[in-house]
Design a protein around this ligand. Structure first.
Ligand code: PMP
Length: 455
């Protein structure tokens, strides 16, 4: 058949290789193609409406039709559609955004380095800290510690920081020198009778033992998301971050907070670091930074990180790393407008006000025979499905329950995401009570149908 007789979905199957997708399945059916967006809703090519209960990829904070972001992009496109930041050049939107971010940071930060995606940002952080160690003459300090189920991206270094098997398998990752400690998931990982604080103490001890085994002088940094996102929305147990930070400071190890999902209001504070009392040396920002209207990410560095790097660039004559599109003026202008809107409309306050509707609403599902755990805070949550509540397990292959429930829920007009057997929810932060109620009603009925098929 010639292309003009084919539907867009058929042409998708013919021409597109999708990320995070079974390519053979896509050859059969193509993908669900979205045509337009309005508030928390997206509409597919057939005109079906969905509540985007994942804000795309945890990212469209202000929803799918914020005219001011569009206007900011057009204005900047008309004035200066592109300029770069290499070799002591730049442009005003980048400077304005950097100043804004340093001002917003919950701990003293000194400089901002701009990149285009979360993965690029985390890859850049790895290279920056290798460079810093060399600058300090600490040439052995090159290892990174992440967590199992942590997600930091998929490029070669960021994919190594990530602790999810699916991002490693068949890619020959992680690289050597990238280590992973246990997931801070109390419900699944704690021993019988072990309280949250005792569990947190055990994880801090595990971290300390790993540092001692490897040699503290070989560890560049520890990286963590304040709340794990793609690993299944895992909020840390009480006292976790305070105990982890005590170990890191005892050995002088830097802390990187990956705020790519948590940043800009998601947990009910501007940053996840504020919610958990985290005092990082580096913060990685993306996604809700621009509500994903433009690709952009930012790395905030404190003086302790920046100073040795600055010395080395002066010795060498340059910092031999950067991206053509890093800090793109259109993306920076959109991000700046996005941050202005967050503040003007007190979106963080709205998240706090509306969060109980989502969190308490989801917890009313705890008694459902398929629900093992409901977890989350602010406007980020997960419902983990099991067939055996006592054993916290499923009699189906891992991920099958989650995948089926997500598909049924999608047919009811709600887009969630399956992280294994956990259904995750992260709606645009502008979501209203009636829309949360609609998500809950659809979810309840989707779980009933899934239970009929799979329990
Ligand atoms: N860090 C975190 C915490 C993320 O959730 C993600 C993306 N889901 C990334 C990094 C990678 O971002 P990107 O997909 O833009 O490379």
């Amino acid at each position: 058949m010639s292309d003009d007789q084919l539907s867009a979905e058929q042409r998708d199957a013919r021409y597109v290789m999708h990320p995070l997708t079974d390519a053979r399945a896509n050859l059969q059916s193509g993908s669900l193609l979205m045509e337009r967006g309005e508030g928390v809703y997206v509409f597919d090519n057939a005109g079906n409406r969905y509540i985007e209960a994942m804000a795309g990829l945890w990212s469209v904070g202000l929803g799918f039709s914020e005219q001011r972001l569009v206007d900011a992009a057009i204005k900047q496109l008309n004035r200066l559609p592109y300029y770069h930041a290499f070799s002591q050049k730049g442009h005003n939107p980048m400077v304005d955004l950097a100043e804004k971010l340093v001002g917003m940071a919950p701990v003293p930060m000194s400089k901002v380095f701009f990149t285009n995606s979360g993965s690029e940002a985390n890859d850049t952080v790895v290279k920056m800290l290798w460079y810093r160690s060399n600058a300090l003459g600490e040439t052995q300090r090159k290892k990174f510690i992440g967590r199992k189920k942590g997600y930091h991206g998929i490029t070669v270094a960021s994919g190594s920081l990530t602790g999810l098997p699916v991002n490693h398998r068949s890619f020959d990752l992680p690289l050597p020198g990238f280590l992973h400690v246990s997931t801070p998931h109390h419900w699944r990982e704690a021993q019988p009778g072990e309280g949250e604080e005792a569990f947190a103490t055990r994880l801090a001890t595990e971290l300390e033992e790993l540092i001692l085994k490897e040699g503290p002088e070989t560890i560049a940094a520890f990286i963590g998301e304040p709340v794990m996102g793609a690993g299944g929305v895992i909020a840390p147990p009480a006292t976790y971050w305070e105990k982890i930070q005590a170990v890191l400071s005892k050995y002088g190890i830097l802390l990187i907070a990956d705020e790519v999902i948590c940043g800009f209001g998601r947990t009910g504070n501007m940053f996840g670091c504020e919610t958990f009392g985290i005092k990082p040396d580096i913060m990685v920002l993306s996604k809700q930074l621009s509500s994903s209207y433009q690709p952009i990410s930012a790395i905030l560095l404190n003086e302790r990180v920046f100073e040795p790097i600055a010395d080395e660039t002066h010795t060498i004559g340059t910092f031999g790393h950067g991206f053509t599109g890093g800090g793109h003026p259109v993306a920076a202008a959109v991000a700046l407008e996005n941050l202005n809107i967050l503040e003007e409309r007190n979106i963080v306050g709205h998240v706090r006000d509306i969060a109980p509707a989502l969190q308490e609403g989801l917890r009313t599902l705890s008694d459902h025979p398929l629900v093992g755990e409901v977890r989350g805070l602010g406007l980020i949550a997960a419902v983990e499905l099991v067939t055996d509540k006592g054993a916290k397990s499923s009699r189906h292959p891992a991920g099958a329950l989650g995948k089926r429930a997500a598909a049924i829920l999608q047919n009811k007009g709600v887009i969630s995401r399956a992280a294994g057997d956990a259904l995750t929810f992260c709606p645009p932060m502008i979501v209203e009570k009636d829309q949360i109620d609609a998500i809950l009603t659809a979810l309840h009925s989707a779980l009933d149908e899934t239970a009929k098929e799979m329990l």
